[in-house]
Write a protein that binds this ligand. Structure first.
Ligand code: HEC
Length: 254
C-alpha cells in the first residue's frame, strides 16, 4: 500500500463522511433543477457558433486532424493525444489554436471564456463515447501519461501536499472542510469537464479545475497547456476510462 503523505494538521481537519453532506438541502434542490437545465448548455452552444465562425467548424477540424467528419467523435475521445504535425501531446484547445495559426487568424487564449466554450463544444461531439486513450500508442503519449502521474503524486508547495494526498483511494470518502474528497476515476472527472461550476457560476475546463485545487492546496499553479497540465489531463482521463465513464459534456459540478 502507498504510504500517505498527508501532514498531520490536514488529517486533523478531516472527518469520515457518514451523515455529512457537501450540499445543503436547498443546494441539492438547485442542483437537481440545474441537471434538468444545465446553465452550461448556453456556453456549449455559443462555443459551437464561435467554432463555426472563426474556424470553419467540424469540416475544418476533421481536415486539420486528417480524419473523416464521422470519425470525429471517436477521435476526439482520444484527447489529449500526440499530434504528429504539432510534435506534441496536446489538448483539444491547443488543436484549435493551431488551426487558427494555420488559417492566419488571431489565437484565442487558452484561458478565456471563448476557448472554454469552444473546447466544451468540440469535446461534446464525443458525448456518449468511451475514452479511446491508448498510452501505449507511442512514446510521446506514454511520456505524457508518466509526467501526469508523477505530477499528480509528487508533493509540492508549502504544505507538502500532492494531488494524491487528497485524491487517493485510501482517503476517498473522507471530508475536508465539508467537501467529500472525490475519487477522480469514479467521479468520471475526465469525462465530465468542461462543466458548469455552480460555486463559480461559470463554465470551467478540467485544467482550470486542476488549477483551482492547486490554488486551494497551496501548490504552485501550473499554466494551462503546459506539458505537466496536459499530462495531468491524460492521467485523470485514463482514470475515467478505467471506470468506463462515457463522455458527458457539459458536466454540472458543485
Ligand atoms: C487539500 C486537498 C486537495 C488537494 C491537495 C487536491 N484536491 Fe482536488 N479536490 C479536493 C476537494 C475537497 C474536491 C471537491 C471539491 C468540490 O466538490 O467542490 C476536489 C475536486 C477535484 C476535482 C473535481 C472532481 C469532479 O467533481 O470532477 C478535480 C479534477 C481535482 N480535484 C483534481 C486535483 C488535482 C489535479 C490536484 C493536484 C494538482 C488536486 N485536485 C489536489 C481536494 C484536494
Amino acid at each position: 500500500m502507498r504510504k500517505l503523505l498527508m501532514p498531520f494538521a490536514l488529517i486533523a481537519t478531516m472527518a469520515y463522511s457518514g451523515e455529512q453532506f457537501a450540499m445543503s438541502d436547498a443546494d441539492r434542490a438547485m442542483y437537481a433543477e440545474m441537471l434538468e437545465n444545465n446553465p452550461a448548455d448556453i456556453y456549449v452552444e455559443s462555443g459551437g457558433e464561435i467554432f463555426e465562425e472563426k474556424l470553419g467548424g467540424e469540416e475544418a477540424l476533421a481536415k486539420f486532424l486528417g480524419v473523416k467528419v464521422d470519425e470525429l467523435p471517436k477521435y476526439i475521445a482520444g484527447f489529449p493525444r500526440y499530434i504528429k504535425k504539432l510534435g506534441n501531446v496536446v489538448g483539444i484547445d491547443q488543436v484549435l489554436q493551431a488551426m487558427q495559426v494555420e488559417q492566419g487568424k488571431k489565437m484565442t487564449k487558452l484561458k478565456s471564456e471563448d476557448m472554454f466554450s469552444m473546447l466544451a463544444y468540440v469535446k461534446s461531439l464525443a458525448n456518449d463515447e468511451q475514452f479511446t486513450i491508448d498510452i501505449n500508442a507511442d512514446e510521446h503519449i506514454k511520456a505524457s501519461y508518466d509526467l501526469g502521474k508523477k505530477t499528480f503524486e509528487t508533493p509540492r508547495g508549502g504544505r507538502g501536499l500532492s494531488c494524491l494526498s487528497c485524491h487517493s483511494k485510501d482517503i476517498v470518502g473522507m471530508v475536508l472542510r465539508t467537501q467529500p474528497l472525490p475519487d477522480l476515476g469514479k467521479s468520471g472527472s475526465g469525462a465530465t469537464w468542461p462543466a458548469y461550476r455552480m460555486t463559480k457560476s461559470s463554465l470551467r475546463t478540467l485544467q482550470r479545475r486542476f488549477q483551482g485545487c492547486m490554488k486551494n492546496a497551496l501548490l504552485k499553479v501550473i499554466p494551462i497547456g503546459s506539458k505537466e497540465m496536459v499530462g495531468l489531463e491524460v492521467y485523470v482521463s485514463t482514470l475515467a476510462q478505467e471506470n468506463k465513464k462515457a463522455i458527458a459534456i457539459p458536466g454540472l459540478k458543485r
